[in-house]
Design a protein around this ligand. Structure first.
Ligand SMILES: [Zn+2]
Length: 363
């Protein structure tokens, strides 16, 4: 999110308006906002029984009462109640100047969460100095109070203003699932706004007015990478089946910004030797009469050989530790490669014939 300070009004105008707003804030807004903090009206996502629990209705009645007391005399208040959805407050304030301004706020809250300092808590409002602690005062309880205070301040200064529609929803912290239905229901009341002011962002300090000029986007959805139709043991599939993590990363990487164009064309890797044509090394006569071919070796593998034989490339990507008591390669033969011997150490568990070998155990 990017904040930008907004140009200040003249000092003279500010002082008078500032005094009025300070008084209005202290005398009218803070008592109501303090009561609002005590209401545990967590959003529908965190309280599926919100309707039965009634906290959302309490919050609505508080907002409605404040609107009825402080809205301009010619304003009209609509209360939206679509069955099965959270409610909506819509205050239509006619103006003398052209255009329509849509102001926005929400009266549902984030859940309690943890980490409150001793003596503080989500539903027990505490004022310390110029700060009011508790859940929902800043996000986003202040919005409707702020909007009405602004309307009063403009009226006090005798300025003309455009029509203002103040929309307060009750499901924002759950992704505003109910807002589109109300935007349709009240499309005629809202009209075509020329300016939308969302009172639901942050500020860099309390010394000036801040405006959020951009927000990070959000993508919601379920991303699946399916590489197999059934589960197989890791020892059987590594290197043969594409890694799903890599696929997901490739898909997600371009989301923040497209990948930069390559600055150079990487040289093509040398071709892998064709396993079928690879010269088979002369077998050394290690055959022992007491250890027939095909019989599994009993002794543990010698240490330090998991990455291949002496000629193996330690960086070849063979990451599968082989089980003790089983040789990587042909059973019954000591598998020692020479430097001239082609090896396929990057094929996990594969032998030199190109056939996959099953290095796993306990399948
Ligand atoms: Zn919010």
């Amino acid at each position: 999110m990017v904040f930008a300070p907004v140009a200040r009004p003249t000092i003279a105008a500010m002082t008078d308006t500032r005094e009025f707003l300070d008084r209005f804030w202290e005398d009218e807004i803070l008592p109501s906002l303090t009561d609002y903090v005590a209401v545990p009206n967590v959003s529908v996502l965190f309280d599926p029984d919100w309707d039965a629990n009634g906290h959302m209705e309490d919050a609505l009645q508080m907002g409605k009462a404040f609107m009825e007391k402080h809205a301009p005399n010619d304003a009209t208040l609509h209360v939206g109640r679509i069955p099965g959805r959270t409610p909506l407050l819509l205050l239509d304030c006619p103006g003398e100047a052209d255009g329509t301004i849509l102001m926005y706020g929400h009266l549902d809250k984030q859940p309690e969460m943890v980490g409150w300092r001793e003596g503080l808590g989500p539903w027990s409002p505490v004022r310390e100095g110029d700060k009011l602690y508790g859940r929902g005062g800043a996000d986003d309880g202040y919005a409707l109070y702020c909007a009405l205070a602004a309307l009063k301040a403009v009226a006090r200064e005798g300025k003309k203003r455009a029509r203002v529609v103040l929309l307060v929803e009750f499901s924002e912290e759950s992704g505003s699932p109910d807002l589109p239905a109300y935007m349709e229901t009240f499309a005629d009341v809202i009209g075509s706004p020329d300016l939308v002011i969302c009172l639901d962002s942050g500020a860099g300090n309390y010394d000036q007015l801040w405006s959020t000029t951009s927000l990070r986007g959000m993508v919601g959805g379920t991303l699946k990478a399916e590489v197999l139709t059934e589960g197989v043991h890791s020892g059987d599939a590594g290197g043969v089946v594409p890694p799903p993590f890599l696929i997901l990363r490739k898909l997600l990487d371009p989301l923040p910004e497209p990948p930069p164009p390559p600055t150079h064309t990487p040289a093509a890797p040398p071709p892998l030797p064709d396993p079928a044509e690879a010269p088979r090394p002369a077998r050394r006569s290690r055959h022992r009469p007491d250890h027939p071919r095909g019989a599994p070796r009993r002794h543990p593998r010698r240490a330090g050989r998991a990455g291949g034989g002496r000629g193996g490339d330690p960086g070849s990507g063979h990451l599968h530790p082989l089980p003790l008591g089983r040789e990587h390669g042909e059973a019954g033969h000591s598998h020692e490669r020479t430097r001239s011997e082609p090896h396929l150490a990057s094929e996990p568990g594969g032998d030199r014939s190109g056939r996959p070998a099953f290095a796993g155990e306990g399948r």
